[in-house]
Design a protein. Structure first.
Length: 128
């Protein structure tokens, strides 16, 4: 069942500043926007490849996305990982930036909900 326009508007409003709201509300808002999208892109910046892959797995599980075969983690000290829900591909690369977070992009080329949400905590869905 797709979320209503009102539910999407409220989720979008909350996700403008996700760190200012309780984690339970942020998780619910992310589930709402993800359910309304045709596919998702998930970007993860983390200190280690293992942390990035763990966060990706937790986000995909929580957002009812299929979990593709995960690649081995990169040995670099910091990594950027990108998951494409349309293709199921995962790309990893070395990351020089300071951010350690998740970005969720919702895409709907056929007229559904679209949006970009972040910076989200790596461990947002860790304790569910």
């Amino acid at each position: 069942m797709s979320p209503s326009a009102l539910e999407l508007a409220e989720a979008d409003r909350l996700l403008l500043n996700p760190l200012e709201h309780p984690a339970i509300e942020v998780r619910a808002a992310l589930r709402t926007v993800a359910a309304a999208a045709e596919y998702l892109l998930v970007g993860v910046c983390a200190e280690k490849g293992e942390i990035a892959l763990k966060a990706l797995r937790e986000y995909l599980t929580a957002l009812n996305e299929p979990i593709p075969e995960l690649p081995p983690p990169l040995p670099q000290p910091a990594v950027y990982l990108k998951y494409n829900g349309r293709t199921g591909n995962i790309i990893q690369s070395e990351y020089q930036g300071r951010e350690r977070s998740v970005i969720l992009s919702c895409y709907s080329p056929n007229g559904g909900h679209e949006g970009l949400y972040g910076d989200l905590p790596l461990n947002l869905f860790a304790r569910e």
